[in-house]
Design a protein around this ligand. Structure first.
Ligand code: PLP
Length: 398
């Protein structure tokens, strides 16, 4: 082993620890549920993106088992080289119907869908204009592109600031193509992008719109079909990204758009071309998960009922939830050390949440991120509120 390298890592980590930025993953000892086992104790689970409870829904689990038994454990190859089977086709057709778009292409993850879609669509001579709070996978996808995109060159607009976006668009007339890319629901703040205004500006300045609906999928719009549906913008958003890993409960990501876009990505999307397809169990489970979204309104109703109760109760206690409009409910702490102490103290009091610090959010904007879901009973949330009240007072947050 290279000792220089090992000691370099050691130094870096000590620096992270000194700044309260060091992370290590909590280990769950039971399946995803309203309460999960950790360190031998049951804790209220406010850390999951499993919005609708589908990750551990018996109907979805059964579909996974059945697909594995029928089709085996692995896909065997990358999509275009023999790794695509009729399950993938069925899922993509179902998703296209669900999203009301011509076509859908499934990737191995939402992260891959971003990095597989942006670089082949925008390159030399183009410009990509981004919201400053866009998700890391959008940022990485953008960085892989040969287009102009840098903040230092003035192509990143202040969060949800439409005047700033327009100002940038006005200077971008010379480029061959313009892309405006945004989260649909911002993953750490829980606010909704002003998509109608973005679409109007795009139409005015001849720009393409891409929305990353990772946190809107299963949460906003008709049957949880996303922010395009939520705002009634059918046919006006060029590229919609969805994840299959959050509310859909399994794993994967997809791009919904025109049939032409799908064909282009099949030919040029690098994760599609060079990384093995999702396994049959995942695809079988996802086909069932989409069916549940389309036919069973209960999980979404429970999600929103719990969300309304949780947000109102936290605010009544005096916490700052940072203007969130969706189930993602940040509890503002500010200081990184305080957020980490809050996470630890909440865990001691029986609540599992994760503190979010730099570089996931800006320095000084540390928070504990809470995720009410369809999995929670009212009792789960009430018990969690008791813990938040106690710890919030203790740390002087309320
Ligand atoms: C989680 C997330 C992704 C990545 O999706 P995965 O399917 O987990 O890879 C992409 N974009 C946003 C906004 C996200 O929150």
């Amino acid at each position: 082993m290279n000792t220089n390298f090992q000691s370099w890592i050691q130094t870096q980590m000590e620096e992270l620890k000194a700044q309260n930025l060091y992370k290590s993953p909590p280990i769950l000892e039971s399946p995803q549920n309203g309460r999960v086992k950790m360190g031998g104790r049951m804790l209220i689970n406010l850390a999951s993106n499993n919005y609708l409870g589908l990750a551990n829904d018996p109907r979805v689990v059964q579909a996974a088992v059945q697909a594995a038994q029928e089709w085996g454990a692995g896909a065997g190859a990358v999509r275009w080289l023999g790794g695509t089977n009729t399950l993938h086709e069925t899922l993509e057709n179902k998703l296209a119907e669900f999203k009301k778009t011509e076509a859908v292409l499934v990737f191995q993850s939402g992260f891959n869908a971003n990095s597989g879609t942006i670089p082949p669509c925008f390159g030399e001579g183009d410009v990509i204009i981004s919201d400053e709070l866009n998700h890391a996978s959008i940022i990485d996808g953008v960085r892989l592109s040969a287009a102009k995109y840098k903040k230092s060159d003035g192509y990143v607009y202040k969060h949800a600031d439409m005047n700033h976006l327009e100002e940038i668009l006005k200077r971008c007339g010379e480029f061959k193509k313009r892309l405006i890319v945004t989260d649909g629901v911002f993953s750490m703040d829980g606010d909704i992008a002003p998509l109608p205004d973005i679409v109007s500006l795009a139409e005015k300045y001849d720009a393409v719109v891409m929305v990353d609906d990772a946190h809107a999928s299963g949460v906003l719009g008709v049957n949880g079909s996303g922010s395009t549906s939520h705002f009634g913008l059918y046919g006006r958003v060029d590229i919609q990204l969805g994840t299959l890993s959050k509310a859909l409960g399994v794993v994967g990501g997809y791009i919904a758009g025109s049939a032409l876009l799908k064909k282009w990505l099949i030919n040029r999307g690098r994760p599609y071309l060079f990384s093995t397809a999702l396994p049959p169990a995942a695809i079988g489970a996802l086909i069932k998960a989409v069916e549940i979204l389309q036919t069973d309104p209960q999980p979404m109703e429970r999600l929103w009922e719990n969300t309304r109760f949780w947000k109102a109760s936290l605010e009544d206690l005096g916490f700052d939830t940072m203007g969130s409009e969706t189930p993602i409910t940040p509890v503002f702490c500010g200081d990184e050390g305080k957020a980490q102490t809050m996470e630890r103290r909440l865990r001691e009091e029986g609540v599992f949440t994760v503190s979010i610090v730099y570089p996931t959010v800006a320095r000084g904007k540390a928070r504990v991120r809470t995720m009410p879901s369809a999995m929670h009973t009212r009792q789960d949330l009430e018990d969690a509120l008791t813990a938040f009240h106690k710890v919030g007072k203790e740390l002087g947050i309320i």
